[in-house]
Design a protein around this ligand. Structure first.
Ligand SMILES: Cc1cc2nc3c(=O)[nH]c(=O)nc-3n(C[C@H](O)[C@H](O)[C@H](O)COP(=O)(O)O)c2cc1C
Length: 157
């Protein structure tokens, strides 16, 4: 069983953090013996990506650098600058991706996350959670994803 979860989020208007809150709360409510640690992307160091048995990275899609369809600027700087040489050593990893259907490059941050996972040798643990538009009415979807994450952690090794 995998017993700890490290969640790193970049959230400018708070939506990604709301999703991470719902996931953390759901896992705690289920009474699972899983330690959950939360961290802001702007404070994370490359070695923090190796914390926890499972790593979750969360970000909205933004116009970082001037073009839409990018990671939130704090996640972008963490992954592309500070952690550019980090080897995830097969670490189980997954993602929370947010976006809005008003944008052409809807939830495109997912692609940046998956490229990071592939290029830095992480192992995709469960498919990413993709939330289009505000998360407040999407609690059920988020909780279902948290349940899948939890059952995979319990089954894992
Ligand atoms: C300046 C700006 C650019 C954005 N660009 C995109 C985009 O390219 N694609 C998309 O799907 N959503 C885009 N969004 C929507 C955000 O990803 C969405 O509001 C998300 O929930 C924000 O998450 P956060 O509150 O955690 O930062 C953009 C929002 C802003 C304000």
């Amino acid at each position: 069983m995998l017993r700890s979860l490290h969640i790193i989020t970049a959230s400018t208007s708070g939506n990604t953090d709301v999703v991470a809150d719902v996931i953390s709360q759901r896992i705690t409510e289920r009474g699972a013996d899983i330690a959950i640690e939360r961290q802001r992307a702007e404070l994370a160091k490359p070695e923090d990506l190796l914390r926890g048995d499972v790593l979750i990275l969360g970000s909205g899609t933004w116009n970082t650098g001037g073009s839409e369809g990018q990671l939130n600027m704090y996640m972008d700087t963490l992954l592309r600058v500070r952690a550019k040489d980090t080897d995830l050593q097969g670490k189980p990893i997954t993602f929370i991706s947010l976006g809005d259907d008003r944008y052409y490059f809807r939830t495109r941050c997912t692609e940046h996350f998956l490229r990071f996972q592939r290029e830095h040798k992480g192992t995709l643990f469960v498919p990413p959670l993709i939330i289009v538009n505000e998360p407040y009415e999407q609690k059920e979807k988020i909780e279902k994803w948290a349940d899948k994450l939890l059952s995979t952690m319990v089954e894992g090794c």
